[in-house]
Design a protein around this ligand. Structure first.
Ligand code: SF4
Ligand code: SF4
Length: 443
C-alpha cells in the first residue's frame, strides 16, 4: 500500500485539477446521420498503414474488408458505410500531414446494415485464436493511443500477468464517451473483460474509475461476477489519472519502471471502451467500423455523445451538432492531449474520442514570455521530470542532452507543465518536437 492509499485517497503524486466541463455525460448516446462520404485513413493506428484491396468504382458494403494489415503491428480496415469507392488519395489529416485514405461515397438510400460476420465461439477458442480474432476485427486502443490491441494482448513469454487494469478514468476535461459506455454497455464490457482475461491469461481484473463517476460504480456493481474475478474501484478525480503509469500507482501502489511496459510488473492495461467494443463485436464476428465521439465545447446547439462512422468529416459532425460560432479552435480529442485540426474536411479515426470546439476568444493567449523559475511545472509533473530545465534545453536545441540526462523519453505528453506555466511556454510542444527529432536522428 502506498503513502497516498494509506490516507484513503487512491491516487498518484502531482498532477492537476482542471475544470471538468463534462456536462454531456448525462446524455444518452445518439447515432449521427451518415455523411455523404467517408474518408478512411489507411493509417488508423500506431503502426504500419493497412494495404488497400479495393479499387476505384468498386461497390462495398458496410463492414466489408477494404484494406488488409501490413505486418504484425498493423490492423485491417473495413468499410464504415455501404457505397462506392470514390478513390484512394492523399488527404489532409489532423496532424497537418497528407496521408493515403480510401474515400467511399455513401449510398444514402441503402439500409446501411453492417455485414453479418461469422459467429465466434469465445468459450472454445484458444488464447491465440482469440487474439487473432481481435486482430481481424481491426481493434486498437480507443482511449486515444490507437495502439493495436492484439499486440498489447501478445504478452512476452517471460512475463506473467496477474491483473488486468480496465481504464475507465477518462480524466481529460470535456470527454465523456467512456462514462456513457460504462452506463450503456455493461454486459458488453463484462464480456470484453472476460475475453481480455483469457487473452492475457490473467486471473483477475480491476475496473478503475474516477470519483466523479459514482453512477458508474452503482450501475456496474450488480453485474460483477460473484467470484471477485472482476472488481471496480474508485480513484481520485485528477489529471492525468488515466495514464497507465498513474492508474497502476493509484490502484495498486506499484510503479511501472522507466522504459518498461506494464507487463514487466505483471499488468495488462486496457481502455474500458476498447473492451466493451470487443465484447459487443467479437462474438458476432464483426469489425470496428464506428465509435462513440463526444462532441462538445462552445456554440453548439446539440452537444452530446454520438455514434459516428469512422472517416466522418468534422464538418458533417459540427453541422449536425448545430455549430453556430465563427472563430473556433477545433480539437480532436481532449484539450490536454488532443490535436488541433486545421480543416473541417479532416476525418475522424479509430482514435478520435472527442471533437471539441473552443471559442478562440476564450482560449489561453499565445504570448510566450521568459521562464520566471517559479517551479510550478516541476510541482505538477506526474513523473517528476524537470520541465523547466527541459524547456531551456529545447530552446538551445540540445535535444540529445534532454534525452540522455533529463529522461525526455519518459515524458508522455500529458501537458500538465504547459497548463500551469504562467509564462505560456508551450513546454509539451517543445518536448514532442524534441522526441520526433531524436527519433529521426536515431534512425
Ligand atoms: S508533458 Fe511531460 S514533462 Fe510535462 S508534466 Fe507531462 S510528463 Fe511531465
Ligand atoms: S512553470 Fe513556466 S515559468 Fe515556471 S519554472 Fe516552469 S517553465 Fe519556468
Amino acid at each position: 500500500m502506498n503513502f497516498l492509499q494509506f490516507f484513503g485517497k487512491k491516487t498518484f503524486s502531482h498532477g492537476i485539477h482542471p475544470p471538468e466541463y463534462k456536462e454531456t455525460h448525462h446524455q444518452e448516446t445518439r447515432r449521427l446521420p451518415f455523411p455523404t462520404q467517408v474518408i478512411l485513413l489507411l493509417g488508423q493506428s500506431i503502426g504500419k498503414p493497412a494495404t488497400p484491396i479495393v479499387h476505384k468504382g468498386q461497390q462495398v458494403e458496410r463492414g466489408e474488408l477494404i484494406a488488409k494489415a501490413d505486418g504484425f503491428v498493423s490492423v485491417p480496415l473495413y468499410a464504415s458505410v455501404t457505397g462506392i469507392i470514390k478513390g484512394i488519395e492523399l488527404v489532409l489529416t489532423a496532424r497537418g500531414t497528407r496521408e493515403s485514405a480510401i474515400i467511399i461515397e455513401t449510398a444514402l438510400s441503402s439500409g446501411q446494415r453492417q455485414l453479418a460476420g461469422h459467429q465466434c465461439d469465445i468459450e472454445n477458442l484458444s488464447r491465440q485464436d482469440l487474439i487473432k480474432a481481435v486482430w481481424d476485427m481491426g481493434m486498437v486502443g480507443l482511449g486515444g493511443a490507437a495502439f493495436p490491441t492484439h499486440v498489447k494482448m501478445s504478452i512476452p513469454k517471460d512475463c506473467k500477468i496477474h491483473t488486468v487494469l480496465v481504464n475507465g478514468c477518462e480524466c481529460e476535461p470535456f470527454l465523456t464517451t467512456d462514462h456513457r459506455v460504462m452506463l450503456e454497455q455493461i454486459n458488453h464490457l463484462i464480456r470484453g473483460i472476460t475475453i481480455a482475461l483469457k487473452c492475457v491469461d490473467a486471473p483477475k481484473a480491476i475496473i478503475g474509475i474516477e470519483s466523479n463517476k459514482r453512477d458508474v460504480l452503482e450501475a456496474i456493481k450488480p453485474h460483477l461476477p460473484n467470484d471477485s474475478s472482476i472488481t471496480i474501484e474508485m480513484v481520485e478525480t485528477k489529471y492525468p489519472q488515466g495514464a497507465e503509469k498513474m492508474l497502476a500507482t493509484a490502484l495498486l501502489g506499484v510503479e511501472i519502471p522507466s522504459k518498461s511496459l506494464p507487463s514487466a510488473i505483471g499488468l495488462a492495461i486496457f481502455n474500458v471502451t476498447t473492451l466493451a467494443e470487443i465484447g459487443r463485436l467479437l462474438p458476432q464476428g464483426q469489425a470496428l467500423i464506428e465509435r462513440i465521439v463526444t462532441v462538445t465545447g462552445d456554440d453548439l446547439e446539440k452537444p452530446g455523445n454520438y455514434q459516428v462512422p469512422l472517416g466522418t468529416p468534422l464538418g458533417h459532425i459540427l453541422d449536425y451538432a448545430g455549430f453556430t460560432g465563427n472563430e473556433a479552435e477545433l480539437i480532436l480529442g481532449g484539450p490536454m492531449m488532443g490535436m488541433s485540426a486545421a480543416s473541417l474536411d479532416v476525418p475522424t479515426t479509430k482514435g478520435t474520442g472527442g471533437v471539441l470546439v473552443l471559442d478562440k476568444r476564450a482560449t489561453k493567449g499565445d504570448d510566450i514570455m521568459p521562464c520566471i523559475k517559479c517551479s510550478q511545472c516541476l510541482q505538477v509533473c506526474p513523473i517528476n521530470l524537470n520541465p523547466a530545465e527541459l524547456g531551456q534545453l529545447a530552446a538551445k536545441r540540445q535535444y540529445d542532452v534532454m534525452e540522455e540526462k533529463y529522461n525526455l523519453n519518459d515524458c508522455f505528453d500529458c501537458g500538465c507543465c504547459s497548463y500551469v506555466c504562467p509564462s505560456n511556454i508551450p513546454l509539451v510542444q517543445y518536448f514532442k518536437i524534441a522526441k520526433t527529432l531524436n527519433r529521426q536522428r536515431h534512425q
